[in-house]
Design a protein around this ligand. Structure first.
Ligand SMILES: Cc1cc2nc3c(=O)[nH]c(=O)nc-3n(C[C@H](O)[C@H](O)[C@H](O)COP(=O)(O)OP(=O)(O)OC[C@H]3O[C@@H](n4cnc5c(N)ncnc54)[C@H](O)[C@@H]3O)c2cc1C
Ligand code: SF4
Length: 330
């Protein structure tokens, strides 16, 4: 039994001050990640600072067309917000394909971005795991690694990032807003996720007590035709083996612009920049899609247990691009 105290705050400054001033404190939003990790003794806190009363739940359009999503907006509310469904269907679909309806009703957007990996060895609280206990080793390298990453891996950690919506946010260059004792700042979503390198315990560039306040989606005309496909062991309530967010703009049968990001294969939500570069200016054809998929996966470093993900990811990219070109039936 671990003693745990609880504080409920109603303004951003108090939330930040409480967590910044006490290494044992942590923010609590929907609790769907945090409470599990405390129960499993993977994380240890002596105080939770409940931020659910903070005024950060709105989804609004700014004058320049940016959509601002409050950090405490619930996954299910964001997925069903008309401007998200119309302008960023790939974001809406990624949200609706995550977790379960009950979880989505509780889970916040800020909490989703900060969720921890699902690696069994990380969550069993006893196996060697560099992310949980730096320097202890990585049990997944020679262990059960079927669900693990093939891109962005290191000899220290091969855990894949589990968020679905973060994949779509990476595809559309979302921006994370934060507030801390040092002031407010913005972080490009791609920089919000750190590669494991030799320090897999560091997942984000956040300071102690730094609070996510909002996520911005800048205007993106091609996002209106975006989609999110998720391939997993069962059809619901399961994390991705591979997922893809895709959007295409085609002019005269040539790819004028493209956004492509992958889930389930990277140690961070993976923007497929090599595939995008291969596609821009290329004919919108099956051959180009296949070539782009191969270009992205050429850097893959699979283990025996997850080698199947290379071909699966290539096929997922090709299917995502076909469907983005031809409509969802594609
Ligand atoms: C059974 C199950 C299945 C799931 N399946 C999926 C899935 O398929 N796809 C998917 O994407 N996700 C999935 N999830 C994960 C789920 O989406 C996350 O647990 C959820 O989004 C976390 O949000 P929360 O508000 O509950 O966060 P909390 O649990 O409250 O917090 C999570 C972490 O974020 C920190 N935090 C929360 N808000 C902020 C903030 N504003 N600023 C800074 N730090 C903050 C907390 O301190 C904590 O460390 C699943 C979860 C479960 C339990
Ligand atoms: S893959 Fe990462 S999270 Fe899993 S055991 Fe290795 S270090 Fe830990």
């Amino acid at each position: 039994m671990q003693p745990l105290s609880y504080a409920r705050v109603s303004d951003v400054e108090s939330a930040i001050a409480l967590v910044a001033g006490d290494p044992g404190s942590s923010f609590l939003a929907g609790g769907t990640t945090k409470v599990d990790l405390l129960r499993l003794a993977v994380e240890h806190n002596d105080r939770l600072v409940d931020i659910n009363d903070l005024p950060l739940s709105d989804v609004e359009e700014l004058p320049d067309g940016t959509i601002r999503i409050g950090a405490l907006a619930r996954m299910s509310d964001v997925a069903r917000t008309p401007i998200i469904k119309e302008r960023f269907p790939g974001v809406s679909e990624a949200l609706l394909l995550g977790a379960s309806e009950q979880l989505r009703n509780m889970a916040s957007m800020g909490g989703n971005l900060c969720q921890r990996v699902r690696c069994t060895y990380f969550r069993d609280s006893v196996s060697p795991c560099n992310k949980r206990e730096p320097g202890s080793g990585c049990s997944a390298l020679e262990g059960l690694n079927r669900g693990h990453a093939i891109l962005g891996v290191s000899e220290s950690c091969i855990a894949t990032h589990p968020s679905d919506v973060a994949v779509a946010l990476v595809a559309f260059d979302a921006v994370v807003h934060t507030a801390s004792l040092g002031g407010r700042r913005t972080i490009a979503i791609d920089d919000f996720y750190l590669l494991p390198g030799e320090t897999p315990q560091l997942e984000h560039p956040l300071a102690r007590g730094e609070l996510i306040t909002a996520i911005d989606l800048p205007p993106s005309p091609l996002a209106a035709e975006s989609l999110y496909l998720k391939f997993r062991d069962r059809q619901s309530y399961e994390f991705a083996l591979v997922s893809v967010c895709a959007a295409l703009e085609i002019e005269d049968d040539v790819v004028a612009d493209v956004r492509l990001a992958l889930g389930g294969v990277g140690t961070k939500p993976w923007r497929a920049r090599l595939a995008e570069a291969e596609l821009r200016g290329a004919p919108a054809s099956a051959e180009s899609f296949t070539r782009a998929a191969s270009a992205e996966l050429a850097a893959a470093s699979p283990r025996p247990g997850n080698a199947f993900k290379v071909a699966l990811a290539e096929r997922a990219i090709v299917r995502g691009l076909h469907q983005a070109m031809n409509g969802r039936a594609g």
